[in-house]
Design a protein around this ligand. Structure first.
Ligand code: ADP
Ligand code: MG
Length: 306
């Protein structure tokens, strides 16, 4: 059945460009599926957004925003108040997942292994009081590897606290050597694990969104026991973080001492990327689900108050 689908895109987080790229594919798919797509570029002007939604009266909203305000429960709260069905996780699931510190705690409480880590002020980390290298510094509530710094040894330059655009308090994690594994969960079921081999130092913003900067291996060629474990862990993360719809969880797999190695949970993305190089569409395609079928599933799954 043809539906009127508002596509929330852009937004005003540091992941604006990523969202616009995701939305381009989504709008094309909605056209192919015969739905009426209503693109809405979300700005800080909330009155504008409300006006747009009230004027167009969409059957559902596809929330294609990434990062703060769009992926962390804020927009979800507005849509709940307006009574409009929307895609992906609700207020709680979005808020829990987008806070890496809370997500780590909840997953660890439910049996997932997480890298040793703590919250600290960037200035204290720079003074060398917190952790010996190798470690990773990351903002608590951002995405797309923005602000992620890998400090391999004492010679690696630290970010300048004066120039730091994110919150003063950050997550400091033990650096886990080895491999990069990500899992897509659709409808509470893990559908596959992919391995990413970045050409550069790590899976940074450039490797995520530039063609040819990372190799994707689907399915991840890892020990079968670890493959099974990573799928189970992604389902647990999705469940304990109260997510719904589609999520993607990110892991590190340390096989430096041989296989089977040791798996570590990093984070869960409640609104994973849908760009041409994004991983959920690639994992879904491997399972025989096309990009358009994935979008159709999201349209049908959209809900309010769940
Ligand atoms: N503890 C860690 N050890 C090794 N690499 C890490 C670690 N934490 C993050 N990374 C690298 O940084 C990337 C981004 O980190 P992640 O926690 O997924 O945050 P986000 O994707 O939300 O920016 C990961 O995909 C991985 O390549
Ligand atoms: Mg990630």
């Amino acid at each position: 059945m043809k539906k009127k689908v508002a596509v929330l895109m852009g937004g005003f987080s540091v992941e604006r460009e990523v969202s616009l790229s995701s939305a381009q594919g989504v709008i094309k798919a909605l056209d192919e599926l015969g739905h009426e797509a209503i693109p809405i570029d979300v700005s800080r002007n909330v009155a504008d957004l409300i006006h747009n939604l009230e004027t167009h009266k969409p059957d559902v909203v596809l929330n294609i925003l990434h990062g703060r305000w769009g992926e962390d429960g804020c927009i979800q709260g507005l849509l709940e108040m307006m009574g409009i069905a929307y895609s992906h996780s609700g207020i709680l699931g979005s808020a829990l997942s987008m806070n890496k510190v809370i997500a780590r705690k909840m997953c660890a409480m439910n049996g997932l292994r997480i890298p040793e880590g703590q919250v600290a002020k960037l200035v204290d980390i720079c003074e060398g009081h917190i952790m010996e290298p190798p470690f990773v510094i990351k903002p608590i509530g951002e995405g797309s590897s923005l602000g992620v710094h890998i400090i391999l040894d004492g010679k690696t330059p630290l970010p300048d606290p004066e120039e730091w655009p994110f919150e003063d308090e950050v997550l400091v994690e033990r650096y886990i050597p080895g491999r990069e594994i990500q899992v897509a969960v659709i409808n509470e079921k893990a559908i596959g694990a992919i391995e990413i081999c970045p050409k550069g130092a790590f899976y940074d913003y450039e490797a995520k969104y530039t063609e040819g900067k990372a190799r994707h291996l689907m399915p991840a060629p890892i020990h079968p026991d670890i493959y099974a474990q990573v799928l189970t862990w992604a389902e647990i993360a999705h469940k304990v973080l109260e997510c719904r719809g589609v999520t993607r969880s990110d892991f590190r797999y340390d096989d430096t001492q041989g296989e089977p190695g040791t798996l570590y949970y990093l984070e869960t993305n409640p609104q994973p990327g849908l760009t041409p190089l994004s991983l959920v569409p690639e994992i879904a395609a491997h399972k025989g689900m096309s990009y358009a079928q994935l979008i159709q599933w999201m349209v049908e799954d959209a809900s309010c108050r769940r």
